[in-house]
Design a protein around this ligand. Structure first.
Ligand code: SF4
Ligand code: SF4
Length: 104
């Protein structure tokens, strides 16, 4: 598993850089996030959950049927939306009420 960061969507908030436990995410001169060595990512999803503007795509490994499928998140005040895109481009959305997240 690994991530890819879309600089066009990145709003330079720096949250992914702050939470990555491996310090794998850096900021370029415009404060846009980038990952230097994607292969070092072990897929903890911390950056993905913090992003919330859909700038980080998290690619699913072939061992769990990913084959090009990926996840990204968007969020607003109360909800976190997990977008799941399969290898054929079909999308599903799982909505999490952040106030009730301890139920899951
Ligand atoms: S998924 Fe985890 S290890 Fe990989 S870049 Fe994001 S925060 Fe770092
Ligand atoms: S969390 Fe998302 S928007 Fe914020 S710096 Fe990282 S990639 Fe950019």
């Amino acid at each position: 598993m690994s991530i890819r960061i879309d600089k066009d969507k990145c709003v330079s908030c720096g949250k992914c850089t702050d939470v990555c436990p491996g310090n794998l995410i850096y900021k370029d001169k415009n404060k846009k996030a980038f990952i230097k060595y994607p292969r070092d990512c072990w897929g903890c999803t911390a950056c993905l959950k913090e992003c919330g503007v859909g700038a980080i795509n998290y690619y699913l490994g072939a061992d769990i049927g990913g084959k090009g499928g990926y996840l990204y998140t968007e969020k607003d005040k109360d909800y976190l939306y997990w977008h799941i895109v399969n290898k054929d481009g079909e999308k599903r959305v799982i909505t999490i009420n952040k106030k009730e997240s301890n139920k899951y």
